[in-house]
Write a protein that binds this ligand. Structure first.
Ligand SMILES: C[S@@+](CC[C@H](N)C(=O)[O-])C[C@H]1O[C@@H](n2cnc3c(N)ncnc32)[C@H](O)[C@@H]1O
Length: 255
């Protein structure tokens, strides 16, 4: 009773024909036909549901989910992420007419966000100590530490220590240099009492953390390690209650 004939759900040759449209030079080796995924999503989901394919391949699941008005998350680690998934999903949003488009009366619409996973921020050195990976340039480091601490990366053109801002208008300054009391006093002089500042530095003079009521100081990499999980088998991701963002104000943050 569960036999799905290729006349109903397509076959591998259909799938290759669908995939070749998005990259004729290198056809993905094992694509699935859109009709097969359409049937699975019809049985297992409703419009607006979230569909996850963590082995996206040529992008069939996300393409079908988009055409069937589902939300989706696709994850892929191969280069064909750029050569197949991305062009395919852009074309789908633009109203591509292959696969199940006709049966779904799909004429394009919606959109998606494309993220690249960054390299590991903290690595162990030869002595087993956590250190910042040299794959991170200063700009990447500031952006990553800011995000982990709840700040949007937004360097101020004039004030060097205003590198990020949080929703309650406090600022973050990330430095890879040792922080002295004199440097902190210079910064504090320009910080009005009603504003707050978080400074992340590898090391600093004793007692600096308590020197100003509106300036917090944290050590990196320790402050990063306290926010991340490393070396566990199960990384729980809370996608049921993701953090709320004010779309308009924070749109640029998410790019
Ligand atoms: C059989 S293909 C999926 C085919 C896909 N369903 C389609 O119709 O095009 C499996 C994919 O999983 C990807 N993959 C393997 N391990 C992965 C991982 N750990 N994270 C993300 N993608 C992975 C491979 O690069 C490959 O493209």
């Amino acid at each position: 009773m569960t036999l799905w004939k290729y006349t109903e759900v397509g076959h591998n040759q259909d799938a290759k024909k669908e995939a070749v449209v998005f990259n004729s030079e290198s056809v993905f080796a094992t694509p699935k036909p859109e009709r097969l995924i359409e049937r699975i999503l019809t049985l297992g989901s409703n419009e607006g549901d979230l569909v996850l394919d963590s082995f996206l391949g040529s992008g069939t699941t996300s393409a079908v989910a988009q055409k069937m008005r589902r939300r989706w998350i696709g994850i892929e680690l191969g280069e064909h992420c750029y050569t197949h998934c991305l062009p395919r999903l852009k074309a789908v949003v633009d109203g591509e007419q292959g696969g199940i488009s006709k049966s779904q009366e799909w004429n394009g619409g919606g959109g998606f966000k494309f993220y690249e996973l960054a390299p590991t921020l903290i690595i162990m050195d030869a002595h087993g100590q956590p250190v910042i990976s040299d794959k991170y340039n200063p700009q990447m480091l500031v952006a990553a530490v800011a995000k982990l601490n709840g700040f949007a990366y937004r360097p101020d053109a004039e004030v060097f220590w205003k590198q990020g801002i949080s929703q309650d208008s406090s600022y973050i300054f990330v430095t890879t240099e040792y922080l002295t009391a004199a440097q902190l006093d210079d910064i504090a002089r320009d910080l009005p009492e009603y504003e707050r500042l978080l400074i992340c530095a590898p090391a600093f003079d004793i007692g600096l953390g308590k020197r100003y009521e509106n300036i917090d100081i944290r050590k990196i990499p320790q402050s990063v390690l306290s926010k991340c999980e490393y070396g566990v088998d199960n990384y729980d991701l809370n996608i049921v209650n993701p953090p709320e963002l004010d779309e308009e104000e924070w749109d640029d943050v998410e790019q």
